[in-house]
Structure formats: C-alpha cells, structure tokens
Design a binder for this molecule. Sequence first.
Ligand code: HEC
Ligand code: HEC
Ligand code: HEC
Length: 148
Amino acid sequence: MHDAGKIIPGMIAFVLFVTIPFWANFGKAAPEPKPELPKEYKKCVESKDFMRREHMKLLRKWRFDVVRNNMRVYINSEGQTFDMSLQNECMRCHTQKKKFCDVCHDYVAAHPYCWNCHIPPEEKKGWATKETENLTEEVSSKQPASHH
Ligand code: HEC
Ligand code: HEC
Ligand code: HEC
C-alpha cells in the first residue's frame, strides 16, 4: 500500500508549485482585467468559476454539437436550457465584446479568430449572422464543415 497521507500532500504541493507563475501573476501584474459583467443578468450558463476556466471548451463543444450534430439546445447543470450560439446566446447577455471578452483576452494576449466570421453585437453584417439565411442552402451548409 502507498502512504496516501504523504502522497496526497505531496501532490498538492506539486500542483501549487507548477502553478506558481499563475498565482503570482494573478492580481499582481497591473492592470488586472476587469471584464464588465452584465447588469440585467445574475447568472451565466454555468457557474462563474466554471465559465472563467472552461468557456473556451464550452464554446468548442457548442460549435461541434451545432455544426456536426445539428444539436442546438444546451442543458446546463441546473437543467436550464440555452441556445448553443456564440452570437445569439453568449452575446445576448455579454453585449459588449470590447469591455468583456477583449478585456481578458488582451490581458493574456489571446486572440480568438472566431470574430473573423461571428459578429459581435455592435456590428451587424457578415455571413455568420442570421443573414446567412439569405444565402443558398448549399453555401451555408458547406462553410462550417470546411472551417470547423
Ligand atoms: C443569461 C445571460 C448570460 C449568458 C447567456 C452567458 N453569460 Fe457569461 N456571464 C453572465 C453573468 C451574469 C456572469 C457573472 C456571473 C457571476 O457573477 O456569478 C457571467 C460570467 C461569465 C464569465 C466569467 C467572467 C469573470 O469575470 O470571471 C465568462 C468567461 C463568461 N460569462 C462567458 C460566457 C460565454 C462564453 C457565454 C456563451 C457560451 C456566456 N458567458 C453566456 C451572463 C451570461
Ligand atoms: C475572465 C477573463 C475572460 C473573459 C471575460 C473571456 N475570456 Fe475567453 N479566454 C480567457 C483566457 C484566459 C483564455 C485562454 C487563453 C489561452 O489559453 O491562450 C481564453 C480563451 C478563449 C477562447 C479560445 C481561444 C483560442 O485561441 O483557442 C475563446 C474562443 C474565447 N476565450 C472566447 C471568449 C468569448 C466569446 C468571450 C466573451 C463572451 C470571452 N472569451 C470572455 C479569458 C476570458
Ligand atoms: C470561417 C468562419 C468561422 C470562424 C472563424 C468561426 N466560426 Fe463558428 N460558425 C461559423 C458558421 C458559418 C457557423 C454555422 C452557423 C449556424 O449554423 O448557425 C458557425 C457555428 C458556430 C457555433 C454554433 C452556432 C452559433 O450561432 O454560434 C458556435 C458556438 C461557434 N460557431 C463558435 C465558434 C468559435 C468559438 C470560434 C472561434 C474559436 C468560431 N466559431 C470560429 C463560422 C465560423
């Protein structure tokens, strides 16, 4: 038998150690990102912690489910349903991409390419909006497959 009493604290120490750069940077390096949260809503799709850590994975899953499986309804951990859409769901509440998404992404120098096609609320043009309905079925059904 292994001595769990020693291994587990050791593992915790190791995890803390390898994440030191993260903790040391968090809240220290100025200016700390302060994404502007929606005023009209109290809750996100999932918990704030989860969203902070996992929103990129959630978006990837939504995209996959919509484009590959034609599933459009997400059921969260509390049984509430959401439309699996970046523009129509995330941005319904987070209406200010610049003051929300960009604040964090600029801080960590992440530049999701999603906005090449998906349109943040300020600007309403382009082919990944609802206006794609005006395109021929063939064009709009081929686009996602080749890009996702
Ligand atoms: C119904 C409105 C609503 C929808 C839809 C929504 N959010 Fe949120 N989101 C919120 C609220 C409100 C908070 C703050 C939650 C809190 O303080 O507990 C939040 C928090 C977050 C956070 C954490 C911010 C921080 O400061 O840590 C991220 C990241 C996020 N949302 C991304 C997304 C993404 C990506 C989507 C789409 C997959 C989405 N949200 C959909 C309302 C929404
Ligand atoms: C609380 C800070 C925060 C907020 C708010 C936030 N993000 Fe992020 N986002 C991050 C971090 C950190 C990463 C990871 C960057 C990395 O790993 O390079 C990330 C990564 C991503 C990625 C993956 C990028 C890639 O190249 O793989 C996507 C997509 C994304 N965010 C979408 C959104 C959208 C859409 C919103 C606004 C609705 C949003 N995020 C709001 C912090 C945030
Ligand atoms: C080359 C253009 C393009 C790029 C880049 C792109 N998408 Fe998409 N995406 C589309 C199209 C077209 C659809 C299909 C729209 C539909 O069926 O409603 C789609 C569908 C989606 C959906 C489900 C439907 C919806 O309304 O949101 C999600 C979620 C999504 N993409 C997320 C992302 C994320 C996150 C990124 C960046 C990491 C990204 N996409 C990058 C074109 C693109």
